[in-house]
Design a protein. Structure first.
Length: 66
């Protein structure tokens, strides 16, 4: 996220009322409340897990053609 957004940006775990789904099937929320910030250790562990999985993970930034 920092690479794509800004150095001070962090992922958060949120709660809220789901009102719809976005283009990547992500829940779209209203009445959002932050529960916790995702720690650097969790991010590093996720990166290790993804790196060791077969196949290719793409960027979150997607173009209209795929």
């Amino acid at each position: 996220m920092r690479r794509d957004k800004a150095p001070g940006v962090h992922p958060w775990i949120l709660t809220g009322t789901e009102t719809a789904r976005g283009p990547d099937n992500e829940p779209l929320l209203t009445e959002v409340r932050p529960l916790a910030r995702v720690s650097e250790d969790v991010i590093a562990e996720a990166h290790r897990e993804i790196t060791h999985q077969p196949g290719r993970w793409g960027p979150m930034r997607r173009t209209a053609d795929g």
